[in-house]
Design a protein around this ligand. Structure first.
Ligand code: ATP
Ligand code: LTN
Length: 329
């Protein structure tokens, strides 16, 4: 069975963008792939996070993974920092990456823009090498991510190929997998910008654990356009197109079917339908989440998976150390 590896950072509140762009794919693919899905908590350290809040978010994300339908029978869920080998492999991969290629990462450029070198952590710069370690550690065949992460997966491919050429076949070269529809969910107030958990006002962003009635209001006040016809046109109607994508993915129908359904509707009734759909999704998700939190399942699942991932990782890191010549054996 082919392997899938992916993760999400436990920073900020988790969003509908994280669900549609990432978690939904993991859930749909878990029966066909041996899946490893983790909480990328070491990646969260690239910027300062309150330690208590960070720790809360780590558990929260595992709860969300389970509530969204990741099944421990198919998916090994774990916390990145609890497997100490990730940081070991990351160092070796950093030493096989170049400052030039890391400087070309658009996420680094975006996140460091307008900040002086004295305030950007080195971790923000070397972030993709740690991400490569997460992926290459488990010999991933596919890495489902939102489109914004594709460049990092491509870098992981390059690092794997370079390492294999230098030291002999060690890593599988992974493929990114970007969902076709919903690769990017946009901010409801600024629909040309990604819906992001680090959005300051929060008005344009649906949080998975927020009050569903608040989420409903956010959809009802989403920015649209001055026309009054519902159809998909990302360039000229980014707000409506974004709502069509959200609706079709939550209702498991195509954008064409959603467009046909609302082609004759005004924006008010279209938004009401999208708001109903989002509200229902959140109510159901949160009911499952609360049940999971109370059941103690989170620790049970993590305790069981830790042994498994550490064993795989230790073998990989020892092989890498042997190949690069560090250690006595
Ligand atoms: P930030 O918003 O702070 O940059 P992020 O949400 O992009 O963070 P992660 O939480 O680590 O970063 O992202 C987890 C996954 O969710 C990634 O695969 C990312 O591409 C996906 N994702 C996040 N936001 C969206 C979005 N608006 N649309 C589609 N996918 C998204
Ligand atoms: N960088 C990713 C999170 C992440 C990841 C990974 C995704 C860390 N390691 C390995 C896929 C595979 C992000 O910010 N979304």
């Amino acid at each position: 069975m082919k392997r899938l590896v992916s993760g999400i950072k436990p920073t900020g509140e988790f969003t509908l963008g994280n669900y549609i762009g990432a978690i939904k794919q993991f859930v749909e693919m878990q029966k066909d792939y041996e899946s490893f899905v983790f909480v990328a908590d070491l990646h969260a350290l690239t910027v300062y996070n309150d330690p208590e809040v960070l720790r809360t978010r780590i558990r929260e994300l595992i709860g969300i993974y389970l509530a969204c339908g990741l099944d421990p029978k198919h998916t090994t869920l774990f916390v990145q920092s609890e497997n100490l080998f990730h940081a070991n492999l990351s160092w070796v991969l950093e030493c096989n990456s170049y400052v030039g290629e890391l400087s070309r990462m658009t996420q680094f450029k975006d996140k460091s823009k307008n900040k002086g070198n004295e305030s950007i952590s080195c971790g923000l710069f070397t972030y993709p090498a740690l991400m490569a370690a997460d992926i290459l550690m488990y010999d991933a065949d596919v890495v489902p991510v939102g489109v914004d992460q594709k460049q990092h997966v491509e870098l992981a491919r390059n690092i794997a190929e370079r390492f294999n050429n230098r030291y002999g076949k060690t890593f599988k070269v992974p493929d990114p997998m970007i969902p076709e529809a919903g690769a990017k969910i946009y901010d409801l107030q600024n629909p040309t910008k990604k819906m992001s958990k680090t959005d300051e006002s929060g008005k344009g962003c649906i949080m998975l654990l927020e009050d569903p009635s608040v989420a409903r209001k956010k959809i009802m006040s989403a920015v649209t356009d001055s026309e009054s016809k519902v159809y998909y046109d990302k360039e000229n109607k980014p707000g409506i197109s974004n709502l069509l994508v959200i609706y079709s993915l939550l209702e498991h129908i195509s954008i064409e079917e959603a467009t046909q359904k609302f082609g004759e509707s005004n924006y008010g009734s279209f938004k009401t339908a999208v708001a109903d759909s989002v509200e229902k999704f959140l109510v159901e998700l949160q009911a499952k989440y609360n049940e999971i939190v109370e059941s103690g399942l989170i620790d049970e699942v993590l305790d069981a998976s830790n042994k498994k991932v550490r064993k795989i990782a230790e073998e990989k890191v020892l092989d890498v150390f042997k190949k690069v010549g560090v250690g006595r054996y």
